[in-house]
Design a protein around this ligand. Structure first.
Ligand SMILES: Cc1ncc(COP(=O)(O)O)c(C=O)c1O
Length: 375
């Protein structure tokens, strides 16, 4: 198999046999001639040429047989869960999931008679305790938001597979550059492709990668929910993926340097980054990640986190993550606002926590900005 960087550039590219251009052509049609095929080509069927090009690339990066690209990360999550869960089925979730996933669980699953348990932590023993005779899926996310907790992926996969339960993992924070969950035994990998996969804060998309049989099943549900993308957006995602390896490697390096510098800063109480030896998940992260990613969080002291964010000059306070530009947010005011003060305390999320998505700028400029904002 070609190296990861080579797959980023070349896997799935549509050969332009007519004009010999080196990039995949963009197919804008929603109607394709239907002769000698079992199934029509149609965007919502997730089978257009640009859908196939980008899903082939994502499958090559996650080292799965197959993949699907959908209109958002939540479309990927909801389509996957509704494929395998019906009335009276049960799903076990780890604690500490992305807020949109938590809202989906709380607001939607019961309407369909789907039972769920959110485990007491991301530890395998707690997830095992959450399993019931009707459990069909176990869902994990690592590193998690915003504390960067680490789930032991192989141990969860082994525990669930011994019981014949499928495992689903949200790999958005790590990206396939740093972590390939299927190689650790996970059945289905999900991404918000809005983040690192697209990487420029200009595309909303999602992806699911798994073996061909699982993707066939997810596709047949997903096309009923209708979360497809157009050829232009798919092409932009394909283009972005060509630089995924270089972007994320650069981001890993910068985030590691910032985490180290921030750890020694007297305006900061605590830095959460899985690449720091003091992080509780450090050893597990070393076993399962080839890089520690671009997400970190830190608790500021002596200054209110909103004032701190306003003082930043280069780093913008905004939501989302995974772009080439560094951004910060305050979980207490954004992703975890709905929990309230007490809820956040229970989740271990300090009120003055800042979450940072590190971009590709120069580390010295980022550090200077983070430092001057205390003044
Ligand atoms: C870890 C994680 N998973 C899933 C999602 C949902 O993705 P989208 O906003 O593309 O639906 C997000 C969005 O922030 C996320 O951070």
């Amino acid at each position: 198999m070609a190296g990861f960087g080579t797959r980023c550039v070349h896997a799935g590219t549509i050969r332009d046999r007519e004009r010999k251009g080196i990039n995949s052509p963009i197919y804008t049609s929603t109607s394709f001639e239907f002769i000698d095929r079992d199934e029509p080509i149609y965007p919502r069927y997730l089978n257009t040429p640009n859908e196939e090009a980008v899903s082939t690339k994502i499958a090559a990066l996650e080292e799965t047989e197959s993949a699907l690209v959908l209109s958002s990360g939540m479309a990927a999550i909801s389509s996957t869960l509704f494929t395998f869960l019906g009335k009276n089925d049960h799903i076990a979730f780890q604690k500490g999931l992305y807020g949109g996933t938590s809202n989906f669980i709380l607001q939607e699953l019961r309407k369909f008679g789907i039972e769920y348990t959110i485990a007491d932590s991301q530890e395998t023993e707690d997830l095992e305790k959450a399993i019931r005779p009707n459990t069909r899926l176990v869902f994990i996310e690592s590193p998690s938001n915003p504390l960067l907790n680490i789930t032991d992926i192989r141990s969860v996969a082994e525990m669930a597979s011994a019981k014949g339960i499928l495992t689903v993992m949200d790999n958005t924070f790590a990206s396939p550059v740093n972590q390939q969950p299927v190689l650790l035994g996970i059945d289905i990998v999900i991404h918000s492709a809005t983040k690192y996969l697209s990487g420029h804060s200009d595309i909303c998309a999602g992806a699911v990668a798994a073996n061909a049989d699982l993707i066939r099943q997810i596709r047949s549900t997903a096309l009923n929910f209708g979360g497809s993308l157009n050829g232009i957006t798919l092409y932009l995602l394909e283009r972005s993926l060509k630089t995924l390896d270089v972007r994320v490697r650069r981001i890993n390096e910068t985030a590691g340097r910032l985490a180290e510098s921030l750890s020694g800063h007297n305006g900061i109480k605590q830095v959460n980054y899985p690449g720091l030896p003091g992080h509780p998940g450090y050893e597990t992260a070393c076993r399962q990640m080839s890089g520690f990613g671009g997400m970190l969080s830190f608790e500021v002291k002596g200054i209110d986190c909103l004032t701190y964010q306003k003082n930043l000059k280069l780093i913008r306070p905004s939501v989302s993550l995974g772009g080439v530009e560094s951004i910060v947010s305050s979980p207490a005011h954004t992703s975890h606002r709905h929990l309230g003060k007490e809820g956040r305390k229970k989740e271990g999320i300090p009120e003055n926590l800042i979450r940072m998505s590190v971009g590709v700028e120069d580390a010295v400029d980022l550090m200077a900005d983070l430092d001057q904002a205390f003044a």
